[in-house]
Design a protein. Structure first.
Length: 407
């Protein structure tokens, strides 16, 4: 029991709860700000580790330096933003919530065990939230409506479900080191899949298969007329065959009618439906805003002012367009440099076959793809802070795999 409690009350678990607290904290009806609680607990865990072992790897220097330059551009925009209140509010959230999401992985994840514990924590959150959502899905039946955790954020439920699904499959079922828990992981996948397809959120449902497809295509090799691919693909085929039964049952019950209807609207309605039209309107608005000051943008958080909503949480629903419109080409290039550092380190590490086929390496890659694809159509930079977390994770992978690679 003591060992279990020791695993639960760790920085990795607190960090996962902090990152996804926005999905469930309001639904729980607790007056305490859970994001702040888990943020403080994670920080305390990091400080305790630094006290025991004050050594810090140099892998953090380049990405953190680039990120600080990015922060500098944001503060520079205070001098020319059209709405200082919007800029201040968005900046406060970035400094207090998004920045720790980016910085903490450099101090938390130094071993495979540590990173695995964090990823399994995410999959556990996804499973628990999915379990709570199932009664609502069953009660709703074939009616067209959204389902979120405890009647909360359905998009948040779908997003954590998509990420958790990847982790449960590649780091759970396919992991030889955790094979004694395979039945639990398999059952969790079934629960999360039904919850994901029943929630009504479209983009995570699109992002997961795209990420899987890109991974499959990149891993297939044709040599001397022979097609070679990782052996675990055979296991994946068997797993999906097993999961086919509960999915067909849920489909026949009408539990997926809401998301099917939303896809039909997207494909058949003029302009792709209200949701798609709203996004394309914002895309066009962001491009027009960028044209007004294409070099340094119009100020962090300025999109809401330009779009006419004058609210803090309005954004283009595309991370790159958000950066272009608010921080200009300079801001996008600096952020792109951060992504490039992570990509270079990831590719260099992947040149080693043992690492390229490692469950942990593959899981991080696919989870990041799911998150990145989602950020192109949903959320702003603060709402997509999990993407920055995975950028940091990719940057520290060389340290985790004991193979320092610095671009």
């Amino acid at each position: 029991m003591r060992k279990v409690l020791k695993v639960i009350f760790t920085g990795e678990v607190f960090f996962a709860l902090f990152l996804f607290s926005g999905v469930f904290k309001e639904s729980l009806g607790i007056s305490v700000d859970l994001a702040a609680v888990f943020l403080i607990l994670t920080a305390i865990s990091i400080l305790m580790r630094l006290f025991k072992n004050p050594q810090i790897s140099k892998v953090f220097i380049l990405p953190v330096t680039i990120y600080l330059i990015f922060i500098g551009l944001i503060f520079l925009s205070f001098f020319y933003t059209p709405n200082l209140a919007l800029t201040q509010d968005k900046t406060v959230k970035l400094v207090l919530l998004t920045t720790p999401a980016f910085i903490f992985p450099f101090f938390l994840f130094k071993t495979k065990q540590s990173l695995t514990r964090f990823l399994i924590s995410i999959s556990s959150i996804a499973t628990v939230m999915a379990l709570f959502s199932l009664p609502m899905i069953f009660q709703r039946g074939s009616e067209i409506s959204f389902v979120g955790f405890n009647d909360g954020n359905y998009l948040g439920l779908a997003r954590v479900g998509g990420i958790g699904l990847v982790i449960l499959l590649f780091l759970g079922v396919l992991n030889e080191n955790l094979k004694k828990y395979r039945l639990i992981f398999l059952a969790s996948i079934a629960v999360v899949l039904i919850s994901l397809l029943g929630s009504g959120g479209r983009m995570p449902i699109i992002a997961v298969p795209i990420a899987l497809f890109l991974t499959v295509v990149s891993s297939i090799k044709i040599k001397n007329g022979e097609i070679k691919y990782p052996k675990y693909y055979n296991k994946i085929a068997v797993i999906f065959g097993v999961l086919f039964v509960p999915l067909i049952w849920a489909y026949q019950k009408g539990y997926f009618n809401s998301v099917i209807f939303r896809f039909e609207v997207l494909l058949n309605s003029s302009g792709g439906g209200a949701s798609a039209s709203a996004r394309t309107d914002r895309f066009n608005a962001a491009i027009e805003l960028w044209k007004g000051n294409f070099l340094i943008g119009n100020g962090f958080g300025s999109f809401g002012e330009y779009y006419g909503s004058n609210i803090v949480h309005d954004y283009p629903h595309n991370l790159f367009l958000e950066l272009l419109s608010e921080l200009g080409l300079v801001g996008l290039l600096v952020f792109g440099a951060l992504l490039l550092v992570a990509l270079i380190r990831f590719i260099k590490l992947g040149k080693m076959k043992d690492i390229r086929n490692n469950n942990l390496y593959v899981t991080v890659a696919i989870a990041f793809l799911v998150i990145f694809i989602n950020s192109m159509v949903s959320g702003d930079i603060n709402g997509n802070r999990i993407m920055l977390t995975f950028v940091s994770i990719i940057c520290v992978l060389p340290l985790i795999f004991k193979n320092e690679v610095t671009p």
